[in-house]
Design a protein around this ligand. Structure first.
Ligand code: GLA
Length: 741
């Protein structure tokens, strides 16, 4: 088998050649074998001996055959998927109550099978209980050219009655103790994806979510582990792990009395016990793990490249530059205003206009946030020419048109709620708990009729107006009251899971019919930045907070797991509508340009000079778009290190073009900022430096000059701390975007 053959499965007791032939069969029975799940640079080694517990022997950099043999003979063999019941004090990834009330499991290897699936291959280890007709397929998926291994389980049984699943993690990974540091994201509305880095200490660290609908405002279901001490961006052994799920999750890091940290990840089982019927299969979401010796940025590059190739909707298609109407006009939508905004973004070189909230509702027109969700018909008072007129105006301006919807929600003041009060999430025998605007409710996605309704919202729009190019799909409420009017009384604990199964079903239907439609996952800002939704969405709204300085921090954190092509990042007004900070346009542009560039502003209020600056920036972005959206990220100086500056760069795969960003994060007299060393370049290549979005009266001293990649990576460039502009144009902000080619 060749080095990049992904499933090297071989038996200790059998000759390899024989087994290789055997492995060609779709499913095989084995007596004793080791399973080598390899990506190009990593190895995950399991021991699967029939009738014995599945063991994990190794996860790390790719093993040579000599080392693999050594590992097999010497490694400490740990359970690959610990279950509850016969070693009660230990943490378990799976715990159940069998039909007869027995609360224990004893899973042993039965067989190993191998199948191709969507650009990758899956090794499924079938684990069977020694006594009960209960089985778990533990699945490991790798891809032809990605450094990610996805792990999940498929649980089923044929016991006489239902089995209750009390905990059902997707995967488990032991990580050798030492000086292991955890990097994870935390935040809140308007302050999403804040980076937290801390050493893993004895005890239990839990990262979890219980929102019900969105799952990334506060903590995130993704983590990184720096194995050899304090995290570094560009060197050091680092593990990354992301739970690909849109609902409640729980990540647990347990450090107990032995040599390994135990990492568990899965759906949050709290208030979610699952009653599994005989013959039913319960599939847990994939847990995507990766390993890099190139530090945190290395792990990010692994996630980004896997994401763009295999997960993100249309991950290989450049994103359009858009204007979104929200911060420009809020609910004040009208035909003329939309036309004006479309004309303005077109004149600046933009390619798409998105009409946000406020365009719908007949009986109850949407004037503010307290009505109309669910009634997805045009408000004819605001838009007498309807969507037809908007589309023809967009055409006139030579741009595309997009529209905002919030399909999972209703207001009690809506025709939808009047017709279907039984469609909303509600606790039996209790009053509704209401959300945004004092009237918002969540639709019960466990109900197939509700699923059909959600599909029809998109389908009706797209059937009537096939030119719609973009949908902003919002979700502005949590599940506040636990209860489904659809699920039976003994299945109420399925609500959170059934909601997301229903959501995914709808998304899948939409994608099957409209694969090319651009869809943004918005959820009161960044509530839906996760790899569970991204197979159905092209991008997500990073945050409702568009303040460029705070965005440096939020986008930094977001970039740990998500590629820039998916990070919607908009130039907005000054003072900013969330922080009231006044940030110069240059800085706002330079930050927005490091993600999927857009605008969120009333262009009518901009001066001609400002519009021109944006026009130039948009023209530059178009030239650099492929590097920014498809390039490899190298984060250089973290804003969280509080050195006064933050810096990162994107390098294209051929390493002949790069975009370098430098944002000052604070301003003091006579301060001293570090000189930023670049990364990811070809040391032998000569790069010419060109600054874009320049506001200075004179070019930088290195403008147009040539440097080797080696020099830039060993020394960096001496970037002036301030802009050389006329006295009245001086501000307390400074930023640079440099192109290297
Ligand atoms: C949420 C979104 C915003 C905007 C409003 C509209 O808050 O995050 O971008 O679409 O809803 O009501």
């Amino acid at each position: 088998m060749t080095a990049n053959h992904f499933y090297q499965i071989y038996t200790k007791n059998m000759k390899r050649a024989i087994l290789a032939a055997v492995m060609c069969a779709a499913a095989i029975s084995v007596s004793a074998e080791n399973i080598d799940i390899s990506t190009k640079s990593t190895t995950l080694l399991l021991e699967a001996e029939k009738g014995q517990e599945l063991k994990i022997l190794y996860y790390g950099p790719k093993l040579s055959s000599t080392d693999r043999q050594a590992v097999e003979n010497t490694a400490q063999k740990l359970s690959a998927y610990p279950v509850y019941g016969l070693n009660c004090p230990a943490e378990a990834a799976l715990s159940v109550t069998h039909a007869d009330g027995n609360m224990t499991l004893q899973l042993v290897v039965d067989k190993v099978s191998n199948r191709s699936e969507n650009g990758g291959k899956v090794v499924a280890v079938e684990l069977k209980d020694k006594v009960y007709p209960f089985s778990v397929n533990l699945c490991y998926k790798t891809y032809n050219d990605a450094e990610i291994i996805e792990i999940w389980t498929e649980i089923s049984h044929s016991e006489k009655q239902s089995v209750e699943l009390r905990r059902f993690d997707s995967g488990f990974l032991p990580v050798r103790r030492g000086d292991v540091w955890l990097s994870h994201l935390y935040g809140s509305w308007g302050n999403e994806s804040q980076l937290v880095q801390e050493p893993i200490t004895p005890g239990m660290m839990v990262i979890s979510n219980r929102d019900g609908v969105r799952n990334s405002h506060t903590s995130h279901g993704e983590i990184m582990l720096s194995l050899d001490g304090k995290p570094n961006e560009n060197f050091g052994a680092t593990i990354g792990a992301a739970l690909c799920y849109s609902g409640n999750y729980r990540i647990e890091i347990n450090t107990h009395d032995h040599e390994y940290h135990e990492i568990f990840a899965g759906i949050n089982p709290e208030n979610s016990a699952y009653v599994l019927k005989k013959g039913e299969k319960f599939c847990t979401p994939a847990w995507a793990i990766t390993y890099s010796v190139e530090g945190l940025s290395g792990v990010s590059r692994n996630f980004h490249s896997w994401g763009r190739k295999y997960k993100l909707a249309n991950g290989d298609v450049e994103r359009k530059i858009l204007l979104n109407s929200w911060e420009g006009v809020y609910f004040d939508i009208n035909q003329q205003g939309m036309d004006q905004m479309m004309g303005d973004i077109a004149s600046m070189g933009g390619e798409l206009f998105v009409m946000d909230d406020g365009w719908f509702g007949n009986k109850y027109p949407r004037k503010t946030d307290n009505s109309s969700l669910g009634d997805w018909t045009v408000d004819k008072n605001k838009l007498p020419g309807g969507i037809e007129q908007l589309l023809s105006d967009a055409k006139k301006h030579g741009i595309k048109f997009g529209i905002w919807i919030e399909p999972e929600m209703a207001n009690t003041t809506s025709e939808l709620f009047e017709a279907h009060p039984d469609w909303v999430v509600k606790a039996p025998n209790r009053d509704l708990v209401l959300g945004r605007g004092g009237t918002q409710v969540v639709l019960d996605l466990s109900n197939p009729k509700v699923q059909d309704f959600l599909f029809s919202i998109v389908d009706n729009l797209m059937t009537k107006y096939p030119e719609i190019d973009y949908i902003k799909w919002d979700a502005n409420m949590s599940i506040l009251n636990h209860g489904s009017q659809y699920l039976t009384s003994d299945n109420q604990s399925h609500l959170y899971i059934a909601y997301h199964q229903g959501f995914e079903k709808v998304c899948r239907r939409i994608r099957e019919k409209y694969p090319k439609l651009t869809i943004q996952a918005c959820a009161s800002g960044g509530g839906r930045a996760n790899w569970g939704v991204l197979p159905y969405f092209d991008e997500f709204w990073v945050s409702d907070n568009t303040d460029a300085l705070q965005r440096v921090y939020m986008q930094w954190g977001t970039s740990y797991f998500f590629p820039s092509i998916a990070m919607a990042s908009h130039i907005s007004a000054a003072p900013n509508h969330q922080t009231f900070r006044t940030i110069p346009l240059k800085y706002r542009i330079d930050v927005a340009m490091s993600g999927r560039l857009g605008m969120e502003i009333q262009p009518k209020n901009m001066t001609d000079e400002e519009k021109n600056i944006c026009k130039n920036a948009i023209a530059e972005y178009k030239k650099l778009r492929s590097v920014i959206q498809f390039g490899d990220i190298y984060r250089l100086v973290s804003p969280y290190d509080k050195l006064g500056v933050a810096s990162l760069m994107y390098v294209n795969p051929d390493k002949n073009k790069a975009v370098f960003y430098w944002w000052k994060t604070e301003q003091f007299c006579n301060q001293h900022l570090p000189r930023v060393k670049m990364a990811g370049l070809n040391p032998d290549k000569v790069y010419t430096i060109r600054e874009i979005n320049r506001i200075d009266n004179t070019p930088l001293v290195f403008e147009g000059k040539k440097f080797t990649g080696k020099f830039l990576m060993e020394n960096g460039l001496e970037i002036p701390y301030e802009h050389n502009v006329d006295w009245h144009k001086r501000t307390d902000y400074s930023s640079r975007v440099l192109v290297l080619e």
